[in-house]
Design a protein around this ligand. Structure first.
Ligand SMILES: NC(=O)c1ccc[n+]([C@@H]2O[C@H](COP(=O)([O-])OP(=O)(O)OC[C@H]3O[C@@H](n4cnc5c(N)ncnc54)[C@H](OP(=O)(O)O)[C@@H]3O)[C@@H](O)[C@H]2O)c1
Length: 262
C-alpha cells in the first residue's frame, strides 16, 4: 500500500510561541514530518534548545527572538523573513489573564489583544499571499475551546480566541480551492505554562488536561489532510465546544464561569 503523502516534507514553517508548550510540540512534530522550522518567541535560550531538538530530527531550524505583543516585534519577524519562502505559518503564541476584568490592568488587556489577535492577523497578512501565489502550505492558528462561548473570569482572553476562530474560518472560505490549508486548532485545557502565565490557581481547569503533544498531533493530522476550518482537540472538549448550540446564552455564560473559576 502506498503511504499517504507527507505534505510537510521540505516545507518551511514559522511557529510562533515555539519556546514551550503547544508551540514546541508543533515545531518538533513538524520537524519529524520533515519541515524546516523558524521558531519565534521572546526567550532566546528556550528557543535555541527547541532549535537543537529540531536539528536532531534532521531538519533545519532558525530562531527569531521577538515580542509579538508589540508592532515592532511583529515587524522584526516580517522584515527578517522578507524574501524567504515561508510555506506554513503556525500562529500559536498566545496569553491569557485570569480574574475579573475590572481587576485586569490595561497593559495586560492590551497584551492579550495585541498578541492573540493583532499579531496573528499581521503575520497571516504578511505570509499568506506568498502561499497563495505558490499554491502550497497554509496557516494554522491556535484558537481554543474558549472561542465558542464567553469565558467570565477570562473575559478578554475568550474574546480574543473568538476573534481567532472567526478570522480563521473566514480565511478558510476565502482561500478554498487555491492550494493552501487554513485551520483553527482549538485545544481545551492543556498541560503547559499557560495557566501559570495567566495567573490562574493550580486548580483551574486541572482535570482532564491534554498534553501538548496530543494537541499538536490532532492539529497537524487535520492540517495534513486539508481538513477544516476548525478542529477541537479531545472528545470531551468537542462536547464543551458544542454546548453553546443547545444552551441559552445567559445560562452558557453562567456555566462557563463555573469552569474558569476552577
Ligand atoms: N494551555 C491551554 O490550556 C490552552 C488551551 C487552549 C488554547 N491555548 C492556546 O495555545 C497557545 C499556546 O499556549 P500554551 O498552552 O502552549 O502556553 P505556554 O506554554 O504559556 O506557551 C506560550 C508560548 O507563547 C510565547 N509567547 C508569550 N508571549 C509572547 C510574546 N509577547 N511574544 C512572542 N511569544 C510569546 C511563549 O514564549 P516566550 O515566553 O518565550 O515569549 C510560549 O512559547 C496559545 O495561543 C493559547 O491561547 C492553550
Amino acid at each position: 500500500m502506498t503511504p499517504p503523502r507527507n505534505p510537510f516534507r521540505g516545507l518551511r514553517a514559522v511557529v510562533t510561541g515555539a519556546s514551550g508548550g503547544i508551540g514546541r510540540s508543533l515545531a518538533l512534530q513538524l520537524a519529524d514530518a520533515g519541515a524546516d522550522l523558524v521558531l519565534v518567541a521572546r526567550s532566546r535560550d528556550a528557543l535555541e534548545a527547541v532549535a537543537d531538538e529540531v536539528r536532531a530530527r534532521g531538519t533545519t531550524a532558525s530562531v527569531v527572538v521577538a515580542d509579538l505583543a508589540t508592532t515592532d516585534g511583529v515587524e522584526q519577524v516580517v522584515t527578517r523573513l522578507a524574501g524567504s519562502r515561508i510555506d506554513v505559518l503556525v500562529a500559536n503564541a498566545g496569553v491569557g489573564a485570569h480574574g475579573p476584568f475590572v481587576d485586569e490592568s490595561p497593559e495586560r488587556t492590551a497584551t492579550q489583544i495585541a498578541l492573540n489577535c493583532a499579531a496573528v492577523t499581521a503575520l497571516t497578512h504578511a505570509f499568506l499571499p506568498g502561499m497563495l501565489a505558490r499554491g502550497v502550505g497554509g496557516v494554522m492558528t491556535v484558537a481554543s475551546t474558549a472561542s465558542f462561548q464567553p469565558t467570565p473570569g477570562m473575559a478578554v482572553y475568550g474574546a480574543t480566541k473568538a476573534f481567532v476562530l472567526s478570522f480563521t474560518e473566514a480565511l478558510w472560505q476565502e482561500t478554498r480551492g487555491r492550494g493552501v490549508r487554513v485551520l483553527a486548532l482549538c485545544p481545551g485545557p492543556t498541560s503547559t505554562g499557560f495557566f501559570d502565565a495567566a495567573g490562574a490557581g493550580s486548580g483551574v481547569m486541572a482535570r482532564g488536561r491534554q498534553t501538548p503533544d496530543e494537541v499538536a498531533a490532532v492539529g497537524l493530522r487535520v492540517f495534513a489532510r486539508a481538513g477544516g476550518p476548525t478542529v477541537v482537540s479531545g472528545a470531551g472538549n468537542r462536547v464543551t465546544a458544542n454546548a453553546h448550540r443547545f444552551v441559552p446564552r445567559g445560562l452558557m455564560a453562567r456555566m462557563s464561569a463555573l469552569v474558569t473559576a476552577g
